[in-house]
Write a protein that binds this ligand. Structure first.
Ligand code: FES
Length: 102
């Protein structure tokens, strides 16, 4: 299973996210109280970029129509989003945020 090196963990402050592009993937990399999670950046509801969303604990709110996702599981927390956001198995090794892709 290919692993991708996305960014340095210390680029992302707790409670924030950055957008990382790698090949065809456009990802949001979140730091939730020192734990790292990666999802697709594009909201499943429309053009919203989740790395630019409002983060409250482990929930991100899309800044387009205020739909919300669980950052850890990708599940929808509140509408209008209906489809979960894709998440990636994320690890930190030697200060780098890595994901497994399938
Ligand atoms: S584009 Fe994200 S809630 Fe509509």
């Amino acid at each position: 299973m290919p692993r991708l090196d996305l960014c340095s963990a210390d680029e992302i402050a707790p409670g924030s996210a950055i957008k990382v592009e790698n090949g065809d993937l456009v990802l949001a990399v979140f730091n939730v109280d020192g734990a790292y999670f990666v999802t697709d950046d594009l909201c499943t509801h429309g053009p919203g970029s989740l790395s630019e969303g409002y983060i409250d604990g482990d929930v991100v709110e899309c800044n387009f129509h205020n739909g919300q996702f669980d950052i850890k599981t990708g599940e929808v927390v509140s509408p209008p989003c209906m489809v979960p956001i894709k998440t990636y198995k994320t690890t930190v090794e030697n200060g780098r945020v890595m994901i497994d892709t399938d």
